[in-house]
Ligand binder design. Structure first.
Ligand code: ZN
Length: 139
C-alpha cells in the first residue's frame, strides 16, 4: 500500500536525518516551534554564487516535523534562491490541498498527515526557511 511506503519514507528520514547539525555563522538561520505538538526546528543555510551551498537543521519533536526538516535540507540543497522559494510555495500549497507527484518524496508528508493539527508539524521547517530567505539580505 502507498500508505506504508509513505510511512517508510518518513521513518527513514526520522531515523537517518540528512544534513542534521548546526551551521555556525550561517547566512540564514531561523527557528520556529509548534506548541501544539512540542516540535522545534532551526534551519540554516549558506548561499554561494546565488545557490544554497549548505542547508542544515537542528530540532526535536515528532517524526513528521523532523523528517520534514530532513527532506527540506535534502531537497533545497544546491537550489537557487528563486528555485527554493518556488519549491517551498509548492510544498506549502500541497499541504493545504492535494498531493502532487512532481514533489516526489514530499508527497509522503501529505500522505501521512491525517488531521489539520499535524499540518503544522509538516510545514514548520518550510515556514522557517521561507522566513529565513525573506530576512536574508543576500549580501
Ligand atoms: Zn509534531
Amino acid at each position: 500500500m502507498i500508505q506504508d511506503l509513505y510511512k517508510e519514507i518518513i521513518l527513514d528520514h526520522y531515523k537517518r536525518p540528512r544534513n542534521r547539525g548546526e551551521l555556525k555563522n550561517a547566512d540564514l538561520e531561523e527557528r520556529l516551534n509548534n506548541p501544539l505538538c512540542g516540535d522545534e526546528v532551526t534551519v540554516y543555510a549558506n548561499l554561494r554564487d546565488g545557490r544554497l551551498d549548505e542547508v542544515a537543521f537542528t530540532g526535536r519533536g515528532c517524526s513528521i516535523s523532523q523528517a520534514s526538516a530532513s527532506m527540506l535540507a535534502e531537497r533545497l540543497l544546491g537550489k537557487s534562491r528563486e528555485e527554493a522559494e518556488k519549491e517551498i510555495k509548492a510544498f506549502l500549497e500541497m499541504m493545504r490541498t492535494e498531493e502532487r507527484e512532481d514533489l516526489g518524496d514530499l508527497a509522503a508528508l501529505k500522505g501521512v498527515v491525517q488531521t489539520p493539527n499535524r499540518i503544522r508539524c509538516a510545514t514548520l521547517a518550510w515556514d522557517a526557511f521561507r522566513r529565513g530567505l525573506e530576512g536574508e539580505t543576500g549580501a
